[in-house]
Design a protein. Sequence first.
Length: 95
Amino acid sequence: MDVKMVETYGQVKVADPTAGVSRLTTVLSAPGGALTLGVRSGLQFLQGDGVNDSTIRFTGTVSQTAAALKSLTHIRTSASFAESRIDLTVQSKSS
């Protein structure tokens, strides 16, 4: 059976008072699914393009990263909830 379930994550928040205008590096991966960032303005993509990717790696300012993550959509393609997850890492230059 082919299962597709769409979820959005509008409550994701990003804050780093020490980042200033420095760019953050963000990595998102979704084994058993696909990720789309509805807001991609100002982001520099290092892996994927932010549309229907299983892994997305990008850099952006704190506000650009926050806007992108608030617009995140996850489409589950796996029938198993155990196989459907999102892994997220956000790192600043000072980390």
